[in-house]
Design a protein around this ligand. Structure first.
Ligand code: MG
Length: 285
């Protein structure tokens, strides 16, 4: 099942995506939450109702008529793992880590799947990172790896947009990873039953149609479940938390010479069985 957050006529709503149209909860089931975090939090109570909707209501809202937002527009937190594909570790000139490398992206960086990514006034070193993103489904702490699948609500395609000079200016990545608009993900959440094995998904990134990254989540150094087991030792994960799972080789800064994003370029991140996000790069005014 694909669940999207969208805006139409100034109103934000959630819907189930079927083909190129939506079932709008606000019309088909107005008692359901209108906010994705609330929906995820209440999932044990509402799942049956949601799953019954496609047999009861028409997908009568064309995707072309709505503005898709980030599926979780206001997450409590966004965590991201670095150095998590062997080929990207090699191109970064680093050793394969024995400990997971985590940083955060601030929730204020959230961006929609087809919205503009800004080149900020203070840098010209904006770069892409195509990543599988997952959404936490339950409040949890100290999750064992063998149980971690049960706390995943679903999966998205994401771009861990990075401002390289700010990222490497100090020992802390957070500012370089948290510029406004630099956490696009979506275009919807695919629940695990609609995806198959999350560790067998092709991941690709294109800049203006030119393929820059191509890999598969089977090459993750630390897989999704190992990630959950690790970070939940430190922090409580909450429904709707957004986790970026790392990027493969092919990022712009590792090219010789480096190729950073330029205004007017379109970055497309696509993942098998999920779909694609596409963001046009624009100068901040
Ligand atoms: Mg990344």
């Amino acid at each position: 099942m694909k669940l999207a957050t969208f805006e139409s006529g100034g109103r934000e709503s959630i819907g189930i995506v079927i083909g190129d149209a939506l079932i709008d909860f606000a019309r088909a089931a107005p008692d359901l939450p209108s906010d994705m975090r609330d929906l995820i939090r209440m999932w044990p109570q509402v799942e049956q109702t949601v799953r019954a909707l496609p047999s009861q209501a028409q997908a009568d809202v064309p995707l072309a008529d709505v503005h898709l937002l980030a599926p979780v527009p206001r997450p409590q937190k966004i965590m991201a793992i670095g150095l998590n594909y062997a080929d990207h570790i090699a191109e970064s000139g680093r050793e394969k880590p024995t400990v997971q490398t985590w940083f955060s992206k601030m929730p204020s960086a959230v961006n929609g799947p087809y919205d503009q990514v800004l080149i900020p006034k203070v840098s010209s070193q904006v770069d892409y990172e195509a990543e599988l993103v997952f959404i936490v489904g339950k409040r949890c702490r100290h999750v064992r790896k063998e149980e971690a699948a049960s706390v995943v609500f679903g999966y998205c395609a994401g771009n861990d947009v990075s401002v390289r000079d700010w990222q490497f200016a100090s020992g802390q990545f957070v500012l370089g990873k948290s510029f406004d608009t630099h956490a696009p993900f979506g275009p919807w959440i695919v629940t695990p039953d609609g995806l198959g094995d999350p560790h067998a998904l092709g991941v690709r990134c294109f800049v203006n149609g030119e393929k820059r990254q191509e890999s598969n989540t089977r090459h993750l150094v630390f897989d999704v479940f190992a990630q959950i087991a690790w970070i939940s030792q430190a922090m409580t994960l909450e429904p709707g938390d957004v986790i970026y799972t790392g990027t493969p080789a092919g990022v712009g800064f590792a090219m010789k010479p480096p190729k950073f994003l330029k205004a007017g370029e379109v970055v497309r991140v696509e993942i098998d069985h999920i779909g694609a996000i596409e963001n046009r790069v624009t100068l901040e005014l």
